[in-house]
Ligand binder design. Structure first.
Ligand code: KIV
Ligand code: ZN
Length: 512
């Protein structure tokens, strides 16, 4: 019988460490519910001690999601571990994931601890975590740059203390596949109690090898858990992409001979949800979930596909959830049909008042756009969630004028803490004009790092989804806005980013 590969999703923890990808509690719960539908085995829901927001999100996810194991990260100290245990208290199945750096560089320069002190702290941490749950994961951080003898000492000791999963972390994406896999193999061979635990891989993509390293860790090293994120989201160049691991293992079952529990038909929906909520667009040529991943442009390929699909297709688009855009609702659809579609999409709004508010927005949209697709509904609910969470600034309306030979101008009306304000501005283009108009009132002094527009569905009728990334005093946030009018979408995105800056969410980065 084939072994099972455990899929450990860390989109809500390591993925969220991408600059600007921070999510609200409600957004995290929505993603966690979708991850449950995708049937991941473990959801790393956050890092409880990092911020009150993370703590609350883990708590909410523990209650809302019952099938997967819910996990919290914690540094190797009592406070972090207690906080993780507290946040996870309501979970059906919980895991505490504790870590400490083991590389000479990290121990000396970051922790300022001797190897013996690190060893002792790792032992204490695992012992303490075991007093809350019998599912404890230990990660030697920066393991791929650690001394192998020292790693063997630390890992043997934490297994004796009751760690049940050992995660071989390639924290800075330094690994190369064969070496990474072989080091893991050596560890398993040299550590006498290595057979008592599940071995896990956790790779970063700094050299573009996170997926290859993870798969080498599985095939050469014998790992049976892969830590990954949707769309490869994560700090710097990101983490191992879940969809690539899953589809590689499935498509090349002849080679990997592994099973997993993932429902692959949920992959695209999950990818879109994460992209929509974080504002991180998926590149068109991204494997599995990119818009072009299954598009065949050349005549020879198209001809081959028509004669026999497998001439140029190694996976079927429908197996990962790509379906032709479906018109699901329209202007005449009623509240019940809308509510039912929300349910089918797995969107659970907390109260009837929220359903009503979302329905009102749906009707507004249906007035502007005759065909409403699933993507529109998802984006509309995201907009709704943004406006509820941090509604210091709220878009009301705008007028904008552009004409050849004239400098574009804009008038924007928005509420500041409930009080409506009107402002005017002009600029090089319509978007510049609305940003200048808004800034004339808010004077945020932030810097615009990124402005991107994506069509949510196909055709010129599509809503434009705009992402604006702002930076201020070392904080980076993403705002997202959607509307059939991309200038309006831009104003919404800008205000959404300002709201995030205003909310002052602070969190610790575990790798600092
Ligand atoms: O990359 C890393 O080392 C991590 C650990 C905290 C597991 O994310
Ligand atoms: Zn990581």
């Amino acid at each position: 019988m084939a072994d099972k590969l455990i899929i450990f999703d860390t989109t809500l923890r390591d993925g969220e460490q991408s600059p600007g990808a921070s999510m609200t509690k409600d957004e995290k719960v929505r993603i966690a519910r979708q991850l449950e539908r995708l049937k991941v085995d473990v959801i790393e829901a956050g890092f409880a001690a990092a911020s009150q927001g993370d703590f609350e999100s883990i708590k909410a996810i523990s209650l809302a999601v019952r099938e997967p194991i819910i996990c919290s990260l914690s540094r190797a100290n009592d406070r972090d571990i207690s906080r993780a245990a507290e946040a996870l208290a309501g979970a059906e199945r919980k895991r505490i994931h504790t870590f400490i750096a083991t590389s000479p560089l990290h121990m000396e320069m970051k922790l300022r601890m001797s190897p013996d002190q690190v060893l002792e702290q790792a032992i204490q941490a695992v012992r303490f975590a075991r007093s809350f749950t019998d599912d404890v994961e230990f990660s030697p951080e920066d393991a791929s740059r650690s001394d192998i003898d020292f790693l063997c000492r630390v890992i043997e000791a934490v297994i004796k203390e009751g760690a049940t999963t050992i995660n071989f972390a390639d924290t800075v994406g330094y690994g190369v596949p064969e070496l990474y896999g072989n080091t893991l193999k050596t560890l398993r061979e040299r550590i006498p109690n290595s057979d008592k635990v599940v071995w896990s891989v956790h790779c970063h993509n700094d050299l573009g090898m996170a997926v290859a390293n993870s798969l080498a860790g599985v095939m050469i090293g014998g790992a049976r858990q892969v830590e990954c994120t949707i769309n490869g989201l994560g700090e710097r160049a990101g983490n191992t992409a879940l969809e690539e691991i899953v589809m590689a293992v499935r498509t090349r079952k002849d080679y990997f001979n592994l099973d997993f529990g993932i429902d692959t038909t949920q992959i695209v929906a999950t990818s879109k949800l994460v992209s929509q909520i974080t504002g991180f667009a998926v590149q068109p040529n991204k494997a599995v979930v990119g818009a072009n991943a299954f598009a065949h442009a050349s005549g020879i390929h198209q001809d081959g596909i028509l004669k026999a699909r497998d001439t140029y297709e190694i996976m079927r688009a429908e197996d990962v959830g790509w379906a032709a855009n479906k018109i699901v609702l329209g202007k005449l659809s009623g509240r019940n049909a809308f509510k039912q579609r929300l349910q089918e999409l797995g969107i659970a709004l907390e109260s009837e008042a929220e359903v009503n508010a979302a329905f009102t927005r749906f009707k507004e949209l249906a007035d502007k756009k005759s065909e409403i697709f699933d993507e529109d509904i998802m984006s509309l609910v995201s907009d709704e969630a943004h406006s509820h969470d941090n509604e210091y600034y709220r878009y009301v309306s705008l007028a904008q004028h552009s004409e050849t030979g004239e400098r574009p101008s804009a008038k924007v009306v928005f509420a500041i803490d409930g009080v409506e304000a009107t402002c005017q501005g002009n600029g090089n283009g319509p978007v510049d004009a609305i940003v200048n108009a808004i800034e004339s009132k808010t004077q945020s002094g932030s810097e615009l790092l990124l402005f991107s527009v994506n069509a949510i569905t196909t055709g010129t009728q599509s809503q434009g989804e705009v992402t604006m990334r702002l930076s201020k005093a070392g904080r980076i946030v993403n705002g997202v806005g959607a509307d059939p009018d991309i200038v309006v979408a831009s104003a919404k995105a800008y205000l959404s980013a300002l709201n995030k800056l205003h909310s002052k969410i602070e969190k610790l980065n575990p790798q600092l």
